[in-house]
Design a protein. Structure first.
Lengths: 95, 254, 291
């Protein structure tokens, strides 16, 4: 399942996509992210899934443009810590 | 040389008439539905205030969201440029100016000569600017001018879940219904706008001294929220809503 | 004091099948969907629809849940004790006091949509009161991809309510009225409801008739939703659930832009979430009994 967390508002599209088929719930993203964007827990979207899955936290879900801003400077953007930390490459950003 | 700076904002039109670095007259008029008419009116009233006629104005320069459609002149300066020029004229040590209007917020880093080094915008979403506060004042049933003073009575932080001006109005209604004190709600609203502006400011970074201009700078609760969030002092010049137009008038004189 | 007419208010209603008897059922399962704007309760007897209710959510989620289920049970002689398993869903799902489990609206809308529109449905758009969800599912109603936007009012029922109020048109009439234009006007350019509202006020003062302004807003909303759908890649068959499915002005323009017709259902579009929840409840109770 491709879970897209985030939003679109007048100023743009800000989505983080997590491929839950690839995610094994290891939690590396939660340590890599400096702003608490990710949490790992029971998949409330898939009642049949037993293993934990990474999700975007409820606190940050509607503020991603601002929360992720420190990792996304306008110039010379380095690779994103969360994307780099995820070995199965389950995480991607839309902006 | 007498110059006229015209700041055509989303909600209000500001005109500043200047000569040799001094303000001769200034005027603010609601933009209403006919921006061109409002602009003309603002200019006419400013001229009358200064005892001047239109012919005495040597140069015009327009800024603000409506600057490209200004019938009075085709000479423009960006809002970012105007903010930097304007603030340095009244506050020489300023290196970061934050301009929060009705529909847009912007942050500008400049050097001691008013040259723009970097900037960022919060645009196209009402939650990032003054309109958010306006809607909430309505939901709280207080006049907009009283929202700030009301918020200053609060001593605690209440988190708002809604990140949208429309949803926040419903949330305010729920908070009122749940007997949350109105001053706490007012403060939560201003904290929310401030946090969105501050995120934008942090993205570009800031250097002291910091100034706050634009219509929202007139709101003492918002200024307090900005100081709290930035954890540093923020200077609000006199007539903060005119700084853009002032900058345009100064640019025209160059 | 003059009473202000509430143009955003839609009719609340309930229904139950008088020809069925819940006492004969092996499993009585319930789904309760507490949304930020509306709440629904659905009761199934062995997986078949028996009763439902649809009403505006109050200030208190647990209270809304209690009211939703009571109203669904009205006239049936049922009480909470007769229900074997309840799944709560929606924004207020953790606040359904009598629920055995809480599942997200994403999972429930896919499952509910699969029953309401048939196993051929692959893409479901749900425009709720304060959110907009795009879901892609398989033939069993299992979610393959989803997106939910609940940060911004544009593309949600609230956005439409703001316009209904602005134009003093009862929300249930917005769709038809918007389709009564001779020629499609350009959409309002802002994708922010607040800015679109200012733009619309300007258009009204320029002399635009109400139906033209509504057409422009429905078109803007439809276009915005299409861009969200594109993120999860639309596949046919396509269906629309939620309150906005009843707004022909948005539905027709959406279908036009997607080049796809949306499936119709005999079930009420607003109960998709609660229906899916009730189906999960039935499956979970069956599983529980086997253990």
């Amino acid at each position: 399942m491709i879970a897209n967390y985030g939003y679109k508002d007048g100023s743009g599209d800000y989505f983080i996509a997590i491929d839950t088929d690839k995610c094994d719930g290891c939690g590396d993203c939660t340590s890599a992210c400096p702003n608490g964007v990710f949490v790992v827990g029971e998949d409330a979207n898939d009642p049949l899934r037993d293993e934990p899955v990474a999700m975007v936290s409820e606190d940050q879900r509607k503020k991603l443009k601002y929360t992720c801003a420190p990792c996304k400077p306008d110039r010379n953007r380095p690779p994103l810590p969360c994307v780099q930390a995820c070995e199965p490459m389950a995480i991607s950003h839309s902006w | 040389m007498i110059t006229a700076g015209i700041d055509i904002g989303a909600k209000t039109i500001k005109v500043v008439l200047g000569q040799d670095g001094k303000v001769l007259a200034k005027r603010l008029v609601p933009a209403g539905l006919d921006t061109a008419a409002a602009t003309q009116r603002a200019l006419d009233e400013a001229l009358a205030d200064g005892g001047l006629s239109k012919e005495q104005v040597d140069r015009f320069r327009a800024t603000g969201t409506g600057r490209k459609d200004c019938a009075l002149t085709d000479q423009e300066i960006t809002e970012v440029g105007a903010a930097a020029k304007g603030i340095l004229h009244v506050f020489k040590s300023c290196r970061t100016v934050i301009d929060v209007g009705a529909e847009e917020g912007r942050t500008v880093r400049c050097d001691g000569n008013g040259k723009v080094i970097d900037f960022a915008y919060n645009e196209k979403c009402a939650a990032g600017a003054g309109t958010f506060a306006e809607g909430m004042a309505r939901a709280l049933q207080v006049p907009l001018e009283e929202l700030g003073p009301l918020s200053l009575k609060s001593e605690r932080t209440v988190q708002m879940n809604a990140q949208c001006a429309v949803f926040a109005e419903s949330e305010v209604v729920t908070l009122i219904h749940n007997k949350t004190p109105r001053e706490d709600i007012a403060r939560a609203v201003l904290d929310a706008v401030a946090s969105r502006i501050i995120s934008m400011v942090r993205k570009v970074g800031f250097e002291k001294d910091i100034a706050l201009i634009g219509g929202m700078a007139l709101n003492p609760g918002f200024v307090a929220a900005m100081k709290r969030g930035l954890e540093t002092d923020v200077y609000v010049p006199e007539d903060p809503e005119y700084i853009g137009a002032l900058g345009a008038a100064l640019a025209a004189a160059e | 004091m003059e009473e202000k007419k509430e143009f955003w208010r839609w009719k609340e209603y309930r229904w139950h099948d008088e020809g069925s008897d819940w006492k004969d059922a092996d499993i009585v399962s319930t789904g309760v969907d507490i949304g930020s704007v509306s709440s629904q309760a659905v009761i199934l007897l062995d997986g078949k629809l028996y009763a439902f209710s649809n009403q505006r959510t109050g200030f208190d989620s647990p209270e809304s849940a209690n009211q939703a289920i009571s109203w669904a049970m009205e006239g049936t002689g049922m009480t909470l004790k007769n229900i074997h398993y309840t799944v709560g869903t929606g924004y207020g799902r953790v606040n359904v006091p009598f629920a055995d489990r809480a599942l997200t609206e994403i999972a429930c809308h896919a499952r509910g949509g699969n029953l309401m529109y048939g196993p051929s449905v692959r893409t479901i758009l749900d425009m709720g009161g304060q959110d907009c969800k795009a879901i892609r599912c398989d033939e069993r109603g299992k979610v393959e991809a989803f997106l939910m936007n609940d940060k911004c009012a544009a593309g949600t029922g609230r956005g439409m309510e703001v316009f209904a109020d602005l134009l003093s048109v009862p929300i249930e009439e917005v769709g038809e009225l918007s389709l009564s234009v001779q020629e499609e006007p350009p959409p309002v350019s802002s994708t922010c409801v607040v800015f679109a509202k200012s733009e619309a006020s300007g258009l009204l003062r320029e002399g635009w008739p109400k139906n033209k302004v509504l057409a422009a807003y429905c078109a803007a909303m439809a276009h915005r939703v299409v861009t969200l759908l594109e993120r999860i890649e639309v596949q046919k068959d396509f269906a629309i659930t939620g309150g906005i499915a009843k707004n022909s002005g948005v539905v027709k323009r959406l279908e036009r832009e997607l080049g796809l017709e949306s499936l119709k259902s005999a079930y009420d579009s607003q109960i998709a979430g609660a229906l899916g929840a009730a189906l999960f409840a039935q499956a979970l109770e069956t599983k529980r009994r086997k253990q």
